[in-house]
Design a protein around this ligand. Sequence first.
Ligand code: NAD
Length: 340
Amino acid sequence: MVKVLITEPVHKEALKKLRGFFGQKNVVFTPIEEINKGKGLVKTLKEINPDVLIVRSNTEVNKEAIDAASNLKYIGRPGLGLDNIDLEHAKQKGVKVENTTEAEAIFNSVAELVIALALSLYRKIPLFNSSIKEGLWLKRQIKTSLLHTLNGKTIGIIGLGKIGKKVAKLALSFGMKVQYYDIYRNLEFEKVNSISFIELKPEDKMEGLKLPKKLLQTSDIITIHVPLTKGTRNLLGEKEINMLKKEAIVINTSRGEVVNEEALTKALLNNKISGAGLDVYSYEPPFKGPPHLKILTSLPNVVCTHHIGAKTEEAQKQAGLVMTEKIINFFKKEEQGRMK
Ligand code: NAD
């Protein structure tokens, strides 16, 4: 009998499939918020002792949590980031950890949000929307010089992975010039899509920059698509932010900690850059976090969403079903191995 503990919502069709395969009673969904208010994750894992743990980004699967469930064989993450899971310890304990990098719909979903945030900032959609609901007609008050098209602008993509590539393609379709920086250059993608790579020069490093100066100084939009690791924490730091154009906007849909949010707040308050579109924060929800996050998310030139990059029906359904298939295959193989 395989027991599955799910601590964050998975798509209903995936849940149905899991329950169909492992049995209704053996697949338990207990929201992490309930767990945290009650016994806590470690005690819950000890009590249920699941073979499978399914989480998303809000369940902190640390060493203690992995050790608590002696039967644990598989940790599944229907999504992408794995920074909330102690991968090293899971490996040591022989616990398989998998996400759903095959689910294309996730990348489309995040990439579309990047464009939505950029358009919201360029066309001031949140302001026009809220003011009309308050009975205000701002057509004449808002200067035309404050409203822009994406067409003709330059986007600087940091991290040309699965999401970065989707953003590049969408940006090209809007008539934007696309330039990127990644620790790995992708010549094939550059050639096929006519985008340019901007290298991190030794002079940039000498200046203490972690990103190419040229990319920072020539992009109208900077969008970040790297995973959160020791090497990417604070990647868009104070020095890098100070290199940006006055008209630049920063979009962050990767992880809050990748950007120095304090420096970003300062730059926006001092009109050193023109705006930011944020889906992720180093503390979520940001208004319960440190004071600068409250200021940052309350600024009029900042458009915020609630870490919903991959929260679309299409993305969640595909991620849930891919995850379910992987888990079922894992236990089918295990069973076959035991029969041999
Ligand atoms: P990916 O692994 O396909 O691509 C990441 C890219 O970043 C790689 O090409 C890698 O070489 C590059 N990179 C790593 N370190 C770098 C550095 N120091 N400088 C420059 N480039 C670097 O990842 P992905 O699928 O494109 O996802 C990116 C991130 O988006 C995820 O790790 C996750 O944190 C975030 N994400 C957010 C949401 C959301 O809801 N907002 C949803 C899904 C993913």
